[in-house]
Design a protein around this ligand. Sequence first.
Ligand code: P6P
Length: 354
Amino acid sequence: MANIVTIERHILEKQKAFPEATGVFTQILYDMALATKLIARETTRAGLVEILGATENHNSYGEQQQKLDVFADEMIFKINDHTGRFCAMASEEHDDIIEIPTHFDSGKYVLLYDPLDGSSNIDVNVSIGTIFAIHRKVSNSPRGTLEDILQPGRKLAGAGYVIYGASTMMVYSTGQGVHGFTLDPGVGEFLLSHDDIRVPDKALYYSANAGNEKYWTPGVRRYAKWLQGIEGEGRKPLGHRYIGSLVADFHRNLLRGGVFFYPGDLQAPDKPYGKMRLMFEAQAIAFLAEQAGGYASDGIGDILDIQPHSLHQRVPLIVGNRDLVETAEQYIRDYDQEWINAYLPFRNKERELA
Ligand code: P6P
């Protein structure tokens, strides 16, 4: 009989070399597992209870908050606010950092999370996901500050996502490879189902919102034609798969090989930075991609090397097989100097710690 490997057993086995981290990471991942089990239960029942539909609130991006968004956001905060493991949190659904209540201990890590990414798909029963990332506290202040949060992805201590799909899966890395656990609803436990995930060398898919092609820059448009085997040396076309839920699109490409891109464009010249949030989506996805042998770029360079300047900073995201992502960078270098000139000032802005 194959081993039944829980998150705890897996962390213990993978992190023998880092005993001090094992305890904390096991607990953090268990806390996230519990929060996401509770979220999973609501997402599977969403059609049955009146938790569907939007609230009258909007988040900092002006996006209408779905009720499940609010539930997921509150669930993740409540599960983590009292453990003494975090000195601060930050959520895509909150304008500012979330302080740990003063009657709880402050810890050595910060938690950043997108409680329910792809929430526009909630009401149409398409897979959605929770994305989380963990940085180490670096400031000297007694409680967490923006300085602890606005760190480059290269410094991440760990990151992961949970995808609420045909099954509920948690995929995480703490820097020793990428590992996937599938929720056994019968026992309510995440069990190891995908040990040491590696992006397959042979990519099958590319993922992009073709409805935006009119606004893509010349280099990105040529890149899309290259992926379709139309531009360049007569390659076999990649299949086009686009769900419109980052976690679902990334998860499929991670397991089958492929590239996802949501590029920056000049539709609004003062907003050349695309749609993805650096701190709540791109850093975690880039960390996982690199740990699985892939690569993530904003079109200029490695997402993990970008020094964040603000909490809700957006970046273009091109992620998947390294060769496919580097080809995108080449097309952008060759044909998109106008866009590069418009984007670099945003990419290189000074960090806002006040
Ligand atoms: P579009 C969801 O809102 C999200 O942030 C990602 O999950 C997803 O990849 C993207 O936006 C979809 O954006 O513009 O194609 O609908």
